[in-house]
Design a protein around this ligand. Structure first.
Ligand code: ACO
Length: 388
């Protein structure tokens, strides 16, 4: 056996979906560099690429988009699950519970070895995640749900369901709509990270994809993974001003229970290429929304950390979560929604990885071994003979 906590050196699958070279800061989906996809593609095109392995032709793209956008509604009874949560429930808790509940609406999802059936669930899940996410938000602020507008783009419709008020048709700001679409592209897949590994591990028991995806979303929730974008914002708010940065860095280095959230990565030992793109998008978004006042603080934190021996030696660089929260906040998404904003675009990635696993004859039910260090066999002691 190999003892490898956190699987730092264990490949559990072969994959053709996403390539990362962490030392060089390279990320590619199906061979296409993330920089090119972020500049030229749209999110549904990337979702298609991840799932089918090739970029769609114009007609394939149109058909796929139409198919996804025709599945955006959720069952009226699914809405009642969201309604049942307290007003101050965390949106990620509501989100992943509602995704799990969807498995009870689409029972045929269990038929995982039927190709067409898997594809239908893929369309459904990519389509319904923004709806569930937006409904969770509207519930938390006591606003009526805004129904999908399938004439809008995928990202435009999400903005519509989040922010529509009394206007007859919501018109998303094109710069913000495109920025959100690019952020979605950057989050769409990232090979065998914690949540994808959960998706594969749960899927390896051959349950339906809704149930597996709810588990993957649960893994994403934690502050060391997709919850880091929320944690970054809370950290910046706690630091408060540039003057407090040196003291904060001192506490991080002294190991006083603090981490520089949004920094470091298991695989990237170089600048996360997604963080570079996000910095560029931030400039475009702030031209529309006005600059997020926390930006200067984040830049100062990055500047000091990148010059500091502690971070340099450990190869700790900003990751995707360091700047994404600043953009989301400027776009008026509440901080608690940030992990949900990660789960929406990761859905095609999770499902593509799940599909790959289902079709891989090498795969078996996930069942790691352990190194047992407990007691050897011993005889049961009656309660009256036990000492404290
Ligand atoms: N701040 C301060 N020190 C850090 C940080 C950080 N953010 N990240 C790692 N280190 C230090 C560790 O203390 C350790 O130091 P040591 O060798 O003196 O003990 C060393 O760097 C190696 O760290 P590990 O925790 O062993 O690295 P691992 O690969 O297990 O962790 C992780 C990666 C979880 C991302 C970590 O860097 C972290 O906690 N970062 C902050 C949370 C975060 O931003 N998560 C988002 C990741 S991206 C994503 O999931 C989308």
């Amino acid at each position: 056996m190999t003892y490898d906590p956190g699987y730092t050196n264990t490949a559990a699958c072969k994959s053709t979906i996403t390539f990362i070279d962490g030392d060089k800061g390279i990320l590619r989906y199906r061979g296409y560099p993330i920089e090119q996809l972020a500049e030229k593609a749209d999110f549904l095109e990337v979702a298609y690429l991840l799932y089918f392995g090739e970029l769609p032709t114009k007609s394939q793209h149109d058909d796929f988009s139409r198919m996804v956008m025709s599945h955006t509604f959720i069952h009226e009874q699914a809405k009642k699950f969201i309604d049942g949560f307290r007003h101050d429930a965390h949106p990620m808790g509501m989100f992943l519970s509602t995704v799990a509940a969807l498995s009870t609406f689409f029972k045929e999802g269990k038929d995982i070895f039927d190709e067409r059936n898997r594809l239908i669930q893929f369309h459904r899940m990519v389509a319904k995640m923004p709806t569930i996410a937006a409904f969770c938000y509207r519930h938390s602020i006591g606003m009526p749900f805004a129904y999908p507008d399938n004439d809008l783009s995928y990202s435009g419709n999400f903005l519509n369901m989040m922010f529509k008020k009394t206007e007859v048709q919501y018109k998303p700001n094109p710069v913000l709509e495109r920025a959100l679409d690019v952020l979605f592209i950057l989050h769409a897949d990232h090979e065998q990270n914690c949540s994808t590994t959960s998706m594969r591990a749960i899927g390896s028991s051959h349950c339906d994809p809704f149930t597996a995806l709810a588990g993957a979303a649960a893994a994403l929730y934690g502050p060391l993974h997709g919850g880091a974008n929320e944690a970054v914002l809370r950290m910046l708010e706690e630091i408060g001003s540039k003057d407090n940065v040196p003291e904060f860095i001192r506490q991080v280095k002294a190991g006083e229970g603090k981490r520089l959230m949004g920094f470091g990565h298991r695989v990237y030992k170089n600048y996360d290429p997604r963080a570079r793109i996000i910095k560029r998008i931030a400039t475009e978004v702030f031209e529309v929304t006005g600059k997020n006042p926390l930006l200067d603080l984040a830049l100062e934190l990055e500047r000091i950390a990148l010059e500091d021996d502690y971070f340099v030696k450990r190869k700790l660089y900003p990751n995707v979560d360091f700047y994404s929260g600043l953009i989301y906040q400027a776009m008026k998404f509440p901080t608690e929604m940030f992990p949900v904003l990660f789960a929406i675009p990761r859905t095609p990635g999770w499902l593509s990885q799940w599909e790959e696993q289902i079709l891989d004859p090498d795969q078996k039910i996930a069942r790691p071994r352990q190194v047992y260090l407990g007691e050897d066999e011993r005889a049961y002691v009656p309660m009256e003979e036990r000492s404290a």
